[in-house]
Design a protein around this ligand. Structure first.
Ligand SMILES: C[S@@+](CC[C@H](N)C(=O)[O-])C[C@H]1O[C@@H](n2cnc3c(N)ncnc32)[C@H](O)[C@@H]1O
Length: 539
């Protein structure tokens, strides 16, 4: 397996690099999964914004513009084996790596094309139900932005949804000088993007130490610099070494999209679509008077000082749905991590909720004990004394904590039947033993193993969630060790992973008693969650 290089060799840079109109091509990007691009997240956010989902249930066609290393597409392709996926990227190293990832995971419903957006748009693809472009629009010049929109205008299905994410004003207004300082300082330096951005960060740290007024006047800029100093240089290079970087006011992106027949419907991120989270309390009345959805969103974006957006566009805005008939009522609401790991005070967007609150307590108990649609939870004995609207709003607030969530509608879910499961049990575990499980698919295991090396434990495909599940590195290693094994049989493998392969995960050596205790606890507390989300199936 080849790991992502930190930069391309100088020879490759000279001979093979395409003209990307000032976009970085001499250093590969990081390999990370982005939930905002999943059809499950997109459908959910459109429902939270109060609209019908335009895309028909069942298999779909999906394209990603500027797919980078293909991690998001590969994970979605594994979760949706009946659907088909296309990734387009101008960087040959990205496409080569993405092809290798798809081959390693045995994915046959996914192809990658090395091309720019204009070349790709000219090909006869047929219509896509989803077209996404994550982390591209604000980092390319105006010509490429137009090409990206033209691709969508030509290839989006009549009832399709496009997702375009970008860094936004006004949130970037105080941070944008960081980019300009790096760009000015490094533009004429020799060397590749990695060397230049590394020198740029050193320069910014020096300016801060020298006490330039910019950092004192803009505390957020110092926080961003600290974050960048801790980040992978490949990420920082793609963020700060492009010749054209221009955060956007959403109003301007809406206008550009209009010229291509596209209309804003919601954000892929759930929170800004929720009426009670959309703007700071006390500003609601300013929005209430505005009928036009884009005008309202433009003001809301200013009021919440947005720095990043993930806009969803459609050709024709779908019908609005009253909250009483929202599809959210028919979705299963459930915990996404063991209940005992959810603390007494839960940070939920602008608010905190307490577990001791009677409605929160009843909701958590009910969703732990079974798999029920919110409608059934709300009408059961524990919750029926609360108003349906209070139950829905509390569930939506709890979702913002990341500890709980709504599962996609059954009709949108994949055939998580265990097809493609790994082969014979290496340890001869008892196949009748319900405490022994396997990954739901060999592709999911292969992607998780790759992510250990390439993106730091990031991509655990959860088919019933329609997206990836977040776990700590230790939990990921426990999960891999327990694949097809009893706790006793898995303990030596787990110890070897922690002591030999990944010694930095814990920073100390573990013994057999520790690994056995950890794995038993993991099986008992994570096991039910993983089974519920379809990550593992009984042997
Ligand atoms: C910041 S990366 C984002 C990658 C991926 N979407 C992600 O979020 O992980 C932007 C990607 O757009 C690609 N790109 C930039 N300009 C392009 C163009 N004109 N045509 C095709 N791809 C382009 C780059 O090569 C890069 O992989």
């Amino acid at each position: 397996m080849t790991q992502l290089p930190s930069a391309l060799s100088p020879a490759a840079a000279v001979d093979a690099l395409p003209d990307a109109r000032g976009y970085v091509v001499d250093a590969p990007y990081t390999a990370r999964y982005h939930d905002l691009q999943s059809p499950a997240r997109i459908a959910h956010s459109i429902a939270c914004a109060g609209f019908e989902h335009p895309v028909a249930p069942g298999a779909f066609r999906y394209a990603e513009l500027g797919c980078g290393n293909g991690v998001t597409l590969a994970l979605l392709a594994a979760i949706h084996p009946d659907s088909s996926f296309l990734g387009i990227d101008i960087n040959p190293a990205h496409v080569a790596w993405a092809n290798e990832l798809a081959a390693a995971a045995g994915l046959s419903n996914l192809v990658f094309l090395e091309a720019d957006f204009a070349q790709a748009a000219a090909l006869p693809w047929g219509a896509f139900d989803y077209i996404t472009a994550h982390g591209v629009y604000a980092w390319v010049d105006t010509t490429v932005r137009e090409q990206l929109l033209a691709f969508i205008a030509r290839h989006l299905a009549v009832r399709g949804v496009a997702c375009i994410s970008y860094n936004a004003y006004p949130g970037w207004s105080a941070k944008e000088p960081l980019w300009r300082l790096i760009e000015r300082h490094t533009r004429a330096l020799p060397g590749g993007s990695i060397e230049r951005v590394s020198e740029g960060l050193r320069y910014l740290a020096g300016l801060r130490a020298a006490g330039i007024p910019y950092f004192a006047a803009n505390p957020g800029a110092g926080e961003l610099l600290d974050y960048l100093l801790s980040e992978d240089l490949r990420y920082v290079a793609h963020e700060f070494c492009n010749r054209h970087f221009a955060p956007c006011y959403c109003e301007d992106v809406f206008a550009a999209a209009h010229r291509h027949g596209l209309h804003f419907v919601a954000q892929a991120e759930t929170r800004p679509n929720l009426p009670f989270e959309r703007v700071p309390a006390g500003c609601d009345h300013l929005l209430a008077a505005i009928e036009d959805i884009e005008a309202r969103e433009s003001l809301a974006s200013l009021l919440r000082h947005e720095a990043f957006r993930s806009d969803l566009y459609v050709r024709e805005r779908p019908a609005a749905i009253a909250i009483e008939s929202s599809p959210l009522w028919d979705r299963i609401f459930t915990n996404l991590l063991p209940m005992r790991d959810i603390g007494p005070v839960i940070a939920c967007g602008a608010r905190t909720l307490e577990r001791a609150d009677p409605l929160v307590d009843a909701l958590l108990r009910e969703c732990e004990s079974g798999e029920q649609a919110l409608r059934l939870l709300g009408s059961g004995p524990a919750l029926r004394r609360f108003s349906p609207r209070a139950v829905l709003e509390t569930a939506q607030r709890l979702e913002l904590s990341g500890c709980l969530g709504f599962l996609p509608a059954a009709s949108d879910q994949t055939r998580a039947t265990g097809a493609g499961r790994v082969g014979a049990d290496p340890d001869g575990a008892d196949s009748e033993d319900a405490s022994v499980w396997r990954f739901w698919s060999s592709a999911a295991r292969a992607l998780l193993e790759r992510s250990l090396h390439d993106s730091g434990f990031g991509s655990l495909a959860a088919p019933r969630l329609g997206s990836a599940l977040r776990m700590t590195p230790t939990d990921v290693l426990a999960l891999l060790s327990l694949d097809g094994r009893t706790v006793t049989a898995a303990a030596p493998a787990f110890a070897a992973l922690l002591n030999a392969s990944w010694p930095d995960v814990l920073g100390y050596r573990v013994d057999q008693a520790w690994t056995l205790a950890f794995l038993e606890d993991f099986r008992d507390h994570w096991g039910p969650v993983l089974r519920k989300l379809g990550v593992v199936v009984p042997v």
